[in-house]
Design a protein around this ligand. Structure first.
Ligand SMILES: [Zn+2]
Length: 261
């Protein structure tokens, strides 16, 4: 990814998506906002206990950074599920309930989701001019949110996985993501055997490689061009919020994806 800074606000861009001038995208960090401890400082989580005025100011900052208006934004109430919603002009300035994936072909619609260890997945189809932004934690991964997103883009927009560019943003990495028996069983059932996704540690615990699991699902569905940030949120809490590293008392960083008007 490419690290960018504009007026003190730090964000990342995927190298592959940055080559397309019609795509506007950013994965923000926690740097450059208005919130104080433990939400310092660019928190966009509205339900984490932060001051609403600071959260609003942080939204204004990220919109200014990208040159978009609040009225362009479509966001969702994220529930670690597998539901996909189509974002049209009618959904701008609204919060779509119980949804972890937003897709659109509408220019000017800015998709916004929030993260702190779960994986931000961006998809862009240059042939059909379609985009998707998904929130993928282990539950959503096993429930098939990435696969559902590809299927819905195919159904609604005629997209083909082989045309897609995928970006896997900063998420808790295989270095840090200790998981319990429920996740182990789920991964073995949903993703077939181990395949390097589950990593036995010297201390007897097991770590999940969430980015590799999402990559495997995308590849099995036919996506060939995948950029993985390789950034672990748990290892980099100076840049990113990490729910696990900060024991639940933390903020959320924003990912935004749009087709320019
Ligand atoms: Zn790590």
């Amino acid at each position: 990814m490419i690290r960018c800074e504009r007026n003190g606000v730090v964000f990342y861009e995927f190298e592959t998506l940055a080559l397309y001038p019609q795509v506007l995208h950013a994965i923000f960090t926690r740097i450059g906002g208005k919130s104080s401890e433990p939400f310092c400082s660019l928190n966009v989580g509205q339900w984490v206990g932060d001051e609403p005025t600071a959260v609003q100011a942080n939204h204004d900052l990220i919109f200014q950074t990208l040159g978009i208006q609040p009225g362009q934004v479509v966001t969702a109430h994220q529930v670690h599920g597998a539901r996909v919603a189509i974002a049209e002009a009618a959904q701008q300035d609204t919060i779509i309930p119980a949804t972890d994936s937003l897709i659109s072909q509408r220019r000017g619609v800015a998709l916004l989701l929030r993260f702190a260890d779960c994986l931000p997945l961006m998809l862009y189809d240059p042939q059909r001019q379609a985009i998707a932004l998904a929130h993928v934690g282990w539950r959503g991964c096993l429930a098939g949110v990435a696969v559902n997103t590809l299927a819905e883009m195919g159904r609604a927009f005629g997209c083909e996985p082989r045309d897609m560019l995928a970006g896997l943003g900063p998420a808790i990495g295989p270095c840090c993501y200790e998981v319990g028996p429920d996740v182990l069983t789920g991964v073995e059932q949903a993703l077939g055997g181990n395949g390097g996704l589950l990593l036995a540690q010297p201390d007897g615990t097991t770590h999940l490689n969430l980015p590799a699991a999402v990559r495997q699902q995308l590849q099995e569905a036919g996506v060939q061009k995948i950029e993985d940030s390789g950034l672990c949120t748990h290892c980099h809490t100076t840049e990113f919020f990490s729910h696990r590293a900060e024991k639940g008392r933390t903020g959320r960083f924003a990912a935004i994806l749009a087709l320019r008007e």
